[in-house]
Design a binder for this molecule. Structure first.
Ligand SMILES: Cc1ncc(COP(=O)(O)O)c(C=O)c1O
Length: 413
């Protein structure tokens, strides 16, 4: 099945506009572009239904229905029940709220495992619990490869371990961690698991009916949608957590772990992600009565195949450049490494590289991307050189964009 990249790109206003179309946008791990299906729903909400939802008059009723469609879309994507999905302001905030909801259930001396591979969103909120007598154990990466070793986790957990918090895919290293193996180790000692899927979800689809995770989070603004943090939790686990919303909303599934309250228009627009994926499904496979999760899964298989090919071209070119250190695995493989590629180059600062790429209309960034602990562990902590260069591709990136990137990098080497 060949991937209809031109059809895909036609869904995105940004690829049609004269001022933005010439840019190769390779900074998707910071936030992806949005297709017209999402833009249209957001615009429609603001134009016609920008009122308090779930009231008795037509605009309010329509606003509520549009939001319900947003909840259904995110739940459907994950193969979840909508009642088990919280849509908060961001993953950082969802993690922070989770930490508050879990704290009253812990005793001094209980342990939480965090990694140093994660984005700080899934580290800092747990580390703060040390103030309340909780013991934080760090599962550290290999300083050369950036990878987590499951044997190290086995040595860290014990009867006091309550939670293991880890990333499904580091936003720096790009490796997809073995979720089932990690959850098995946690379960053996009776601990629960929290998986940050922010850098995983644009590339792979999680099925909550088969995952061993207890809680899964990702950010819809990195999966072609609006700025919303999506959190799914196993109901038998979530109902034990202390609600964090207004007391009269304790039994309201969408509110009990969202003290900020729902972002009406942004949630409504999430239904556009489902519409977009279905548009791609129908184009490639024709109409079907398979459930949405199954349709989305086939579309994500197309994404993964295309992205893996592009990632390997970039990795191959970087591997041949003298003085380049690629972070993580030097080859991509579907399900093993995302097209999120960080590197440093001897004798040239990341800032210089990204500036020169921008001169060629190639959008890439450098820095620590809020995974400062990961960079420190990798020994890339010189404040002068300011982090890594990160090239992050998703399914709408093209062969031509990658060719332009490789040529531009070769000139710099
Ligand atoms: C891997 C990872 N986790 C968590 C986050 C935080 O997500 P949010 O911006 O929704 O708080 C990010 C954001 O870049 C990320 O890349």
């Amino acid at each position: 099945m060949s991937f209809a990249i031109d059809f895909v790109r036609r869904q995105y206003p940004v690829f049609q506009a004269p001022e933005t179309a010439p840019w190769a946008f390779l900074e998707n791990a910071g936030g992806s572009y949005v297709p017209r299906q999402v833009v249209d729903r957001l615009t429609h909400f603001f134009e016609y239904t920008k009122v308090q939802p779930y009231g008795p008059f037509p605009a309010s009723r329509a606003a509520g229905e549009a939001m319900d469609a947003g909840y259904r879309a995110m739940a459907g994507l994950l193969n979840a029940d909508a009642a088990d999905v919280t849509l908060g302001p961001s993953t950082t905030m969802n993690c922070y709220v989770l930490a508050q909801a879990i704290r009253p259930l812990l005793q001094p001396g209980d342990e939480i495992v965090v990694t140093n591979q994660d984005h700080e969103a899934n580290i800092g909120c747990w580390r703060r619990l040390a103030e309340f007598g909780i013991r934080i154990r760090e599962w550290g990466i290999d300083p050369d490869s950036g990878e987590l070793n499951i044997e190290d986790l086995r040595r860290l957990v014990n009867a006091r371990t309550r939670w293991v918090c880890f990333t499904l895919c580091s936003n720096i290293v790009g490796t997809m961690n073995d979720v089932d193996a990690i959850c098995d180790v946690a379960r053996e000692v009776g601990a629960h698991t929290i998986g940050d899927g922010v850098s995983f979800a644009p590339h792979q689809l999680l099925d909550v009916r088969s995952t061993k995770l207890d809680i899964y989070l990702f950010s819809a603004y990195k999966t072609f949608g609006t700025h919303v943090g999506v959190m799914w939790g196993r109901p038998e686990v979530m109902t034990q957590l202390r609600p964090q919303g207004h007391y009269f909303n304790d039994d309201q599934a969408h509110y009990r772990l969202n003290p900020a309250g729902p972002l009406h228009a942004e949630i409504a627009a999430l239904a556009g992600i489902a519409e977009y994926l279905d548009t791609l499904y129908n184009h490639h496979f024709g109409e079907t009565d398979a459930v949405f999760h199954a349709r989305a899964r086939r579309v994500f298989e197309l994404f993964a195949h295309h992205e893996t090919h592009l990632a390997n071209r970039v990795l191959g070119a970087l591997g041949r450049m003298p003085g380049v250190r690629i972070i993580g695995c030097p080859a991509a493989e579907t399900g093993r490494r995302a097209a999120t590629i960080s590197f440093v180059q001897r004798d040239r600062s990341p800032a210089d590289i990204t500036r020169r790429l921008a001169d060629q209309k190639i959008a890439v960034r450098h820095g620590h991307f809020y995974a400062l602990r990961c960079l420190e562990a990798l020994g890339i902590d010189d404040p002068e050189t300011a982090g890594v260069v990160r090239v992050s591709l998703v399914h709408y990136n093209t062969e031509n964009e990658v060719t332009r990137l490789i040529k531009a990098l070769q000139v710099l080497s």
